[in-house]
Structure formats: C-alpha cells, structure tokens
Design a protein around this ligand. Structure first.
Ligand code: FAD
Length: 117
C-alpha cells in the first residue's frame, strides 16, 4: 500500500496526545509498580506502534534515552524531550518543555488524588 501522510500524521497526533496526557496524570510520587508499569508501557508502545518506521526509530530513541519514571515531572519532561527528538528529525518546531505543565488536561473532571491542588 502507498504511504498516506495525512493518516500517518493523524495517528501521530492522537498518539502524542494520549502519551502526554498520561504523563500529566502520572503520580508525583509513584510506587515501584507505577514506575514499572510506565516503563513497560513505553516499551510495548514502541514495539506495537502501527507505523513500522516510526516504531523502529522510536525504539532506538528509547534505548538511548530510557523512560524517566521517578515522578510526574520527570515523566512529562522525558516525554516532551522524546517528542522533540522526533520533531527535530521531522524538521518540526521544538516545543518548550517548561510550558508542559497545564497543557495536557484529560478533561476527566474527577479528583486527581496525586496532585496537591
Ligand atoms: P505532532 O508532532 O503530532 O504534535 C501534536 C501537538 O503536540 C503539537 O501541535 C503541539 O501542540 C504538541 N507538541 C509538539 N511537540 C511537543 C513536545 N515535545 N511535547 C509535548 N507536546 C508537543 N511521523 C513520521 O513521518 N515519521 C516518523 O518516524 C514518526 N515517528 C513517530 C514516532 C512516534 C512515537 C509518534 C507518536 C509519532 C511519530 N510520527 C512520525 C508522527 C509525527 O511525530 C507527528 O505526530 C505527525 O507528523 C503530525 O505532526 P504535527 O505537526 O501535527 O504535530
């Protein structure tokens, strides 16, 4: 099948949105099990990501820059950095990771027990 860049980009946007929103909800003080879950999730995500070239490249990035899973800030900063690595490769503008704080909101409306506000 021919590559369809529009569909591929849509998949990318949806995936990044989910990833960054997950990081924004990751515990400030994760348990070992939380941290292992995120590490495992990222490994499996990079393995199963439907765009094969993207997946291969992202697996390489993961080896070079292992997931930071010690806190919400660490995880969100790491994911932002990883996305910027991909942005750079695709010649897209870089995102200022200092502004990631409230950018990704799950809209869940439920109490975030891990957030002290
Ligand atoms: P996207 O890069 O999809 O970003 C969406 C929005 O996220 C932006 O508009 C901005 O508001 C915000 N954002 C941008 N940078 C950051 C950041 N660093 N941190 C937080 N938020 C940010 N496409 C390819 O063609 N080749 C590839 O090899 C490839 N690899 C990919 C690997 C992965 C793991 C993923 C998830 C996607 C990959 N993609 C790849 C898709 C590509 O990254 C884009 O998603 C797609 O090209 C659409 O780009 P976009 O300009 O709409 O913005």
């Amino acid at each position: 099948k021919l590559e369809n860049a529009t569909i591929k980009a849509e998949l990318g946007r949806a995936s990044w949105k989910l990833l960054h929103t997950m990081m924004a909800r990751f515990p400030d003080k994760p348990t070992e099990d939380d941290s292992l879950a995120l590490k495992t999730y990222m490994q499996l995500f990079s393995r199963l990501y439907p765009c094969g070239d993207c997946a291969r490249h992202f697996q390489g990035l993961l080896k070079k820059y292992p997931p930071q899973v010690s806190s919400r800030n660490a995880a969100a900063g790491w994911a932002c950095f990883m996305h910027n690595q991909v942005n750079e490769r695709l010649h897209k503008p870089l995102f200022d990771c200092n502004n990631i704080g409230d950018f990704y909101d799950c809209g869940c409306g439920d109490e975030d027990k891990d957030k002290d506000k």
